[in-house]
Design a protein around this ligand. Structure first.
Ligand SMILES: Nc1nc2c(c(=O)[nH]1)N[C@H]1C(S)=C(S)[C@@H](COP(=O)(O)OP(=O)(O)OC[C@H]3O[C@@H](n4cnc5c(=O)[nH]c(N)nc54)[C@H](O)[C@@H]3O)O[C@H]1N2
Ligand SMILES: Nc1nc2c(c(=O)[nH]1)N[C@H]1C(S)=C(S)[C@@H](COP(=O)(O)OP(=O)(O)OC[C@H]3O[C@@H](n4cnc5c(=O)[nH]c(N)nc54)[C@H](O)[C@@H]3O)O[C@H]1N2
Ligand code: SF4
Ligand SMILES: [Mo]
Length: 767
């Protein structure tokens, strides 16, 4: 961005959760400070809504996080030196090539590619990886969503979201949308459901969360025992004859097997194990099966927990047996401008790719986060030797930080692309600095609205400092350094783009057809040829041109209804609308039954029977449920979303208006028994580690359950230039082998733990 920074209201979006609410920012006279922030009423999805966190975004842009402004290279003594970009790109390219030449491209792992607010740069990473023969990827989805993705791809062949705005019954399973959002205008929607006597909110959570407070039915499951509870819910629907038989006959396959398995579930005993009164479970099951519409959201409370994949499966059975798919107020399959993750086409349990060392299942193209250390800390010839991290902080956010640090330390090459000096960047060989998300064009592919789906290309609101380069430029330079692009092929495309989009489109299609070897580098080719012709320095948006055309091909009716016409012209119009809509644009407008057309199972039916998960269901009957080990009297939820947590996006603790130190929450009875009062220093010990925290006696906590917030334990530089860490990094306490047997997702919500009161004062926390 050039020229004087604007002091007008400028549209952009919040980068703190997947909702990406539209906001407007007004800079102070210094042209830098986010003096005021408000919801953007022109944003087609959020329509002016925000939560309190968005108003603190100045602390991301201008906070005390240690910003990296020049590429850094590690010296032999371990310290970093600044280098120029040419040196940095040459160094990374040469070393990646050396690793690939010696051990194959499969020895390079790419982690990240985007956080809660930024996926545009990561869209170019595929080109960079292919240039070095690399193919393995991982990111945060592979420690939360891959179980659900595996189940969805096999049952429905599509991702699924739910329409809470219109649902008669809302079910939240291990999800606290009051704090974590994840659905549009979460708090408004929750209040509307709570205030309407004809609608019902059901929450499954051991904690009386803010959402549970609003619920009509709070199924207060014992921590880690959701499998028994959700099995009892699904079984009640079958055993009480509440199945929507018409839906099942018309739309599904495999019901007989599921019916047999669920008929065998001892509902009363499973309710007892789950710690929830049987009558309450039956009431909830009846409501879920007979309501006109049910919307369901499962999240980390079960996805980062025991039996997570089984629970995802049983949760889907609950709404499928009630017939709640493809109608208003139920589950739907959204369109996509660019898909967030691959939908697996090999739907067999045994099929699909595996990791090179441990042979773990790769779901959605992602290596399970929890197996990464095992894929490195071995003498296996196919182990990972190089790691490229972009917009992620795996040394902090993945399970078992001590082991992750050891694994990262054992690699031949670690490259980190980030804005800040993070826990992971500090372990890197080369750090490549990027502008913040408000200094460049950005977008996310968290586009899940239905029927009117929304995409938002954000423009920069503040000028970037000299030094950092946007991620698309970094990837393009690395691709060029690999020598895989022939400039003589690109030059005519660049010239065609200068003459106009129609000429460019024809030239691009011809060139790509004549030179299939360019195919893998499509995004970078677009960036270098179409990119410079885009208005207002929007080169990073170039890949959206291809995405717009693919979106039209995949959803012609929805795109037409959104007003863009048909065919090639629709793709061009959609792309122009994206560039011209600084507050976001509706890109598809679907008919309600479009969801059925997105079901990709071969026969168009929902496949109800997943044999190996039915096997796990059967085995529950003999299993000893968690939470009864006298050595570990507590189950710790390591990483709870609170009003002032936002992963590790903010490094400056000043952004928090409350819970500055990130307290350990403990129930009233447990606290009394252990002599703990509010503010007591406590020691929390797990099999992996031991930390000191400050206690908060909290009435919402169940007996035997304690929780620590997520996003703490990161550092910033204080006024004197010292690094200060605030709060506990939850993964100092978690183990990477504590994971789901199918997809490797971690069991962070029920880490066996001990809690002791410590004598003396509470550790100092910033005010
Ligand atoms: N404020 C805030 N919002 C965020 C984020 C943030 O950092 N801060 N991060 C975003 C991200 S990346 C994500 S993935 C989402 C996650 O959003 P959520 O999954 O909603 O967040 P959590 O608080 O981690 O977990 C949800 C609930 O699970 C409950 N729980 C704990 N143990 C169990 C159990 O054994 N069974 C059941 N059923 N529930 C249990 C907890 O009490 C908690 O209320 O939030 C997003 N939104
Ligand atoms: N124990 C435990 N662990 C957890 C969780 C938990 O509940 N408990 N939650 C997990 C979940 S659900 C998630 S999603 C993960 C999140 O963990 P990560 O995937 O590691 O993501 P973030 O913490 O969001 O960190 C994103 C990084 O991106 C950087 N960044 C910000 N803007 C930009 C940019 O424009 N460009 C670049 N290149 N970098 C940028 C930030 O500085 C930061 O280093 O944590 C997981 N870890
Ligand atoms: S953190 Fe709040 S304001 Fe930001 S996107 Fe999420 S719900 Fe919207
Ligand atoms: Mo997440």
């Amino acid at each position: 961005m050039t020229g004087r920074p604007s002091t007008e209201w400028q549209p952009t979006a919040c980068i703190l959760c997947e909702c990406n609410c539209g906001i407007e920012v007004r800079l102070g006279v210094d042209g830098r400070t986010f003096e005021r922030i408000r919801g953007d009423k022109a944003h087609p999805a959020s329509r002016g809504y925000t939560c309190e966190k968005a108003l603190r975004l100045d602390r991301y842009q201008n906070g005390r996080g240690e910003r990296v402004l020049r590429p850094l290279r590690r010296r032999p003594d371990g310290s970093f030196e600044e280098i120029d970009w040419d040196t940095a790109i040459a160094e990374v390219s040469t070393r990646l090539r050396a690793v690939a030449d010696a051990h194959g491209g499969g020895s390079i792992l790419y982690y990240g590619g985007g956080g809660q607010g930024n996926h545009l740069g990561g869209g170019y990473s595929g080109s960079m990886l292919r240039a070095y023969g690399a193919s393995y990827r991982s990111n945060a989805l592979a420690q939360e969503k891959t179980g659900e993705m595996w189940v969805n791809s096999r049952m429905l062949g599509t991702i699924v979201r739910a329409d809470f705005e219109h649902a008669e019954v809302a079910l939240f399973v291990g999800k606290n949308p009051w704090q974590s959002h994840g659905i549009p205008h979460a708090r408004t929607t929750l209040k509307e459901i709570a205030n309407d006597p004809a609608r019902t909110m059901i929450v499954i959570d051991p904690r009386r969360s803010e959402t549970a407070e609003l619920a009509d039915i709070h199924l207060r499951v014992r921590p880690g025992r959701d499998a028994w509870l959700v099995a009892a819910l699904a079984a009640t629907i079958v055993q009480e004859g509440l199945v929507d038989e018409e839906f099942v006959a018309e739309h599904t396959a495999g019901f007989a097997e599921v019916e047999a398995a669920l008929s065998a579930v001892p509902v009363a005993r499973y309710c007892d194990i789950a710690g929830v009164p049987e009558e309450q479970v039956r009431l909830a099951a009846r409501r879920l099966a007979t309501a006109s519409s049910v919307a369901v959201f499962e999240d980390l409370g079960v996805q980062m927990n025991r039996h997570s994949t089984l629970v995802s499966y049983l949760e889907k059975l609950v709404w499928l047996l009630g017939g709640h798919f493809g109608r208003e107020g139920t589950q739907y399959a959204p369109s996509a401008l660019a898909p967030l993750a691959r939908i697996d086409t090999d739907r067999s349990a045994s099929g699909g790719p595996r990791t090179p060392v441990t042979g773990s299942r790769i779901v959605g193209g992602l290596v399970p986060c929890n197996v990464i250390p095992d894929e490195i800390l071995t003498d296996h010839p196919d182990r990972f030797r190089a790691l490229v991290v972009e917009s992620g902080n795996p040394a902090h956010s993945l399970a078992d930080s001590p082991r992750m640090r050891e694994a990262i330390g054992a690699l031949d090459l670690v490259v980190v692309i980030d804005v800040f000096m993070t826990e992971t960047a500090r372990l890197a060989d080369v750090v490549l600095p990027a502008p913040t998300q408000f200094e460049k064009y950005e977008a996310t592919f968290f586009n899940f609205e239905f029927p009117r789906n929304v995409f938002h290309l954000r423009r920069p609101v503040v000028p970037a400092p000299e030094g950092p380069l946007p991620e698309p430029e970094i990837h393009a330079r690395l691709v060029e350094a690999a020598g895989v692009l022939d400039p003589a092929l690109l030059e005519p495309l660049w010239k065609a783009a200068q003459r106009g989009r129609a000429e460019f489109a024809a030239a691009f299609l011809d060139t790509m057809a004549a030179h299939p070897e360019l195919g893998p580098f499509g995004p970078v080719v677009l960036y270098r040829t179409l990119g410079p012709s885009l208005p207002d320095g929007a080169a990073s948006a170039a890949l959206l041109w291809g995405a717009a055309h693919r979106c039209v091909a995949a959803n012609p009716d929805g795109v037409r209804r959104a007003g863009f016409g048909d065919g090639l012209e629709a793709g061009e119009r959609l792309f122009d609308a994206i560039l011209d809509s600084p507050s976001g644009v509706v890109f598809t407008d679907d008919e309600p039954d479009e969801s059925w057309r997105r079901v990709r199972t071969g026969d168009g039916r929902v496949h109800l029977a997943l044999d190996e998960l039915l096997g796990e269901l059967a085995a529950l009957t003999d299993e000893v449920p968690p939470g009864e080990d006298p050595q570990w009297p507590f189950l710790l939820s390591a990483g709870e979303r609170r009003s002032f947590t936002a992963n590790t996006i903010f490094r400056d603790p000043d952004w928090r208006r409350k819970d500055a130190g990130g307290a350990l929450r403990i129930g009233v009875e447990d606290a009394a028994r252990l002599g703990i009062v509010d503010g007591s220093p406590v020691r929390v010990t797990t099999a992996r580690g031991s930390v000191v925290a400050t206690a908060e006696v909290n009435e919402a906590m169940a007996c035997g359950h304690v929780s620590l917030p997520n996003g703490f334990g990161v550092d910033h530089t204080d006024e004197e230039g010292h690094r200060t860490v605030t709060g506990v990094a939850p993964n100092e306490l978690t183990s990477s082998d504590h994971r789901d047997p199918w997809v490797g997702t971690p069991w962070h919500k029920t880490v066996p733990a001990r809690v002791e009161a410590l004598p003396g004062e509470a550790p100092a926390v910033p005010a």
